[in-house]
Design a protein around this ligand. Structure first.
Ligand code: GRF
Length: 207
């Protein structure tokens, strides 16, 4: 078990259903506290969710790369953030932040990576590509974040069947339900110090 509690910032640009699932899961946890919600969109629904749960928010909209990195680092430091979970955050994470939080940033992606990931593969585009490919399976993936989109070491995945009459919305909804269970489960393991990385491979220790 890790000695100090994880102080998590969740980054999101949209409605924030994953943020909500994580925040509610860890509401009374001694191991992990959601201490900050970061968004690049001042009108993102996730900010209302954070406010309703009394979780501090930071909106960082700038296009200037230096100000962007500086503002992020300042907000994270101000709240004593130790780890970051990306949950539908649609802006590139600066390399400086990845270096500072090496192996302490995770992301959730709504497909079975490495399939249907990479630049431009987000939101309904992922599900449209999955359906167009004819595959019977999609799913959700939680992975560590490195310098390129969706390529960091995979921590955990769960497959979700694609139905013959699925459209992007119905498939997204089925996967989202799994995400809401998978993401808190991975963060729980992380907060227990049970996830380790050796030679870019993830190992999960038994309790
Ligand atoms: C999720 O499907 C997640 O996998 C992806 O963005 C979506 C965010 O949804 N990265 P929400 O804002 O958490 O509802």
């Amino acid at each position: 078990m890790s000695s100090t509690p994880v102080r998590l910032a969740v980054f999101a640009s949209g409605g924030g259903s994953n943020f909500d699932a994580i925040a509610r899961h860890f509401k009374d946890s001694q191991l992990l506290q959601v201490v900050l919600c970061v968004s690049n969109k001042p009108k993102a629904g996730v900010l209302d969710k954070a406010r309703s749960l009394a979780i501090p928010t930071a909106v960082i909209e700038t296009r200037d790369p230096d100000i962007y990195l500086h503002s992020l680092l300042q907000a994270l430091e101000q709240h004593g953030v130790t780890h970051i979970a990306l949950a539908g955050y649609l802006k590139m994470i600066p390399v400086g932040l990845i270096e500072r939080f090496r192996n302490r940033i995770v992301n959730i992606h709504p497909s079975l990576l490495p399939a249907f990931g990479g630049k431009g593969m987000y939101g309904r585009r992922v599900h449209e590509a999955v359906i167009a490919s004819g595959t019977r399976w999609s799913g959700a993936t939680v992975h560590f974040v490195d310098e390129t989109y969706d390529t960091g070491p995979i921590i955990m995945q769960e497959p979700v069947p694609v139905a013959s009459d699925d459209d992007a919305a119905s498939l997204a909804a089925r996967i989202l339900k799994v995400e809401h269970r998978l993401y808190p489960a991975v963060l729980e393991l992380l907060s227990q110090g049970r996830i380790t990385l050796t030679d870019n491979r993830v190992y999960i220790r038994d309790a």
